[in-house]
Design a protein around this ligand. Sequence first.
Ligand code: NAP
Length: 310
Amino acid sequence: MEAFPMAENVLILGTGCAGLTAAIYAARAGLSPLVLEGGQPGGQLTTTSEVENFPGFVHGVDGNELITNMKGQAERFGAKFAWDRIDSVDFSGPVKKLKGGEGTYEAKAVIIATGASPRLLGIPGEKKYYGGNGVTTCATCDGAFYRNVPVAVVGGGDSACEEALFLTRFASKVYLVHRRDTFRASEIMVQRVKAHEKIELVLNVTPTEILGDEKVHTLRVIEKSGAPRDLAVKCVFVAIGHIPNSQAFTPSLEVDEGGYFVAGANTVSTRVPGVFVAGDCADHVYRQAITAAGMGCRAAIEAERWLAGH
Ligand code: NAP
């Protein structure tokens, strides 16, 4: 891709709920934003199945469909899309400079909505079997490969519960493996998991190793007593949260100890005038599709005001 000789009004990084909502608002304000789709176009909603809690959909909506519609809506108002992943930034001057693998970009205002990537367990065997051999972070993507065999999901949040429930469509049995005996997940999800005949809860255990030959055959965990326990499974679905994608922007922007962008009282303004953040890269509290969309809206409105004032 050629470098853009003229600075963009607004450069938006990321095409999850936050980035696309920012794109809709910025485009509708006549700013013709350039939107860069990064490592995971569409963001985390593209790896989920049914979204039941996005307002406006009585019977839920498919995650991919929601994202596709948001993108179409942004395009309708004049947003431009390109693919690149930003590696480094120079926010020292009035025009922000960003360098990616495909080109360099200049923009008067930047909205960073780069989301978060799945956290991994970091135990032996995990890397070896990651991908097609029995370790994954996406039940929607890989669940159908594990028909009529036992699988494990690791985690105690909404994602782990959602993945476990989704996997019951395919697997013969789903072990839900969690390090505590109370869940971070919402009560409705916990109740569904507990009620499902195919799901067995394995609580108060720590996963220590993933074993296999060509492919995974065992998840080894250690119980609180110190006793090891082997679960015979063909796949381990890791659902233990996410790490914000903020690395390329430090030290220009401030991040907290978890790597989340630190923003001002309006939740989207950074310490660099004209640079805004939105969505899961900047929100360690709510982390919902609708709150990400709300932050994208705020960021675009703030960017519009900032451009008007400069
Ligand atoms: P999360 O809420 O942060 O939960 C992560 C889970 O993984 C926790 O139970 C945590 O255990 C466990 N964990 C973390 N590190 C671990 C490790 N090294 N070893 C073993 N277990 C580990 O993450 P999430 O489930 O991905 O959810 C993220 C956000 O998205 C939440 O706000 C959630 O509500 C939202 N979400 C909503 C829906 C929905 O509404 N349908 C669906 C999916 C996600 P501890 O509990 O012991 O810390």
